[in-house]
Design a protein around this ligand. Structure first.
Ligand SMILES: Nc1ncnc2c1ncn2[C@@H]1O[C@H](COP(=O)(O)OP(=O)(O)O)[C@@H](O)[C@H]1O
Ligand SMILES: [Mg+2]
Length: 249
């Protein structure tokens, strides 16, 4: 399979070093879940991959082309955050259509594309609703539709269901799997929930304590029993959480 995304020796320093030579590749069509202790640098890594933040060291290649921060229109990345970031004065359809404006489509084409992607995200019939009139789960569906609407080379998701209740979270986990199967997109999904990662990812990447490196990369292909995988990952993450707390003292 073709390598879609290559993260090569990426390091990032803020006041403290946050990422330390993070390297991994993601194949086209893979669903990679990125795990790691709170505060280890997951969001920072996702922002660097999305070109929202420059790396201090190393580089990111998307389809072989370097991702350069501040040149976001050179490549197509869709991002879904924990908060839906919808504009409350626009309908769901208008919210999606808005991000298509820089792509040079006519108003009619933007509306049609928005309608199509809202349907993919399970929101057919709700296009004209305003964000405040729908549930949190539906707002995250609209945020997913918006991210998909630019036909992204890679879909980045940063704890997108973290603010949902357990039941909605379960529903959205199934939905994101369905959307992944139906669209064939390459997905990078950050979560600190091991259960969530094991439920949805094809590959699981565990980051170490800060400064983060790849601690473990596991294929989630059903060869290891799910309960054992969750157990093993819990052991790993507890080690890293302890290491991080030790380092912070
Ligand atoms: N813009 C920033 N300036 C300074 N420090 C930051 C900035 N963004 C993140 N950090 C720090 O980097 C570390 C990792 O943050 P983050 O990537 O948000 O972790 P995670 O998403 O894994 O919880 C934290 O210690 C955080 O305080
Ligand atoms: Mg984060």
């Amino acid at each position: 399979m073709a390598v879609k995304l290559a993260v090569e020796g990426v390091g990032k320093d803020f006041l403290i070093p946050v990422l330390d030579r993070v390297s991994f590749t993601v194949e086209a069509g893979e669903f990679l879940c990125l795990l790691g202790p709170n505060g280890c640098g997951k969001t920072t890594l996702l922002r660097i991959i999305g070109g929202l933040e420059p790396a201090t060291r190393g580089r990111v290649l998307l389809d072989g082309q370097p991702v350069v921060a501040d040149r976001r229109h050179d490549r197509k990345v869709g991002v879904v955050f924990q908060e839906d970031r919808l504009l409350p004065w626009l309908s769901l359809r208008q919210n999606v259509a808005l991000v298509l404006k820089p792509l040079g489509l006519s108003a009619r084409e933007r509306e049609a594309a928005a309608t199509r992607h809202l349907r993919v995200a399970g929101l057919a019939g709700f296009e004209d609703y305003y964000p405040s009139r729908v549930s949190g789960g539906m707002r995250q569906r609209a945020a997913i539709a918006r991210a998909l609407s630019v036909e992204p080379d890679v879909l980045l998701m940063d704890e997108p269901f973290g603010a949902l209740d357990a039941q909605n979270r379960r529903i959205m986990q199934n939905e994101v799997r369905r959307i992944w199967r139906e669209t064939g997109r390459t997905i990078l999904f950050v979560t600190h929930s091991i259960e969530e990662a094991v439920a949805i990812g094809t590959t699981l990447a565990m980051l170490s304590a800060r400064p983060a490196r790849i601690r473990e990369m596991i294929k989630n292909d059903g060869r290891v029993e799910r309960a054992k995988l969750i157990d093993d990952l819990n052991t790993l993450i507890m080690e890293e959480v302890e290491r991080q707390q030790g380092g912070a003292k």
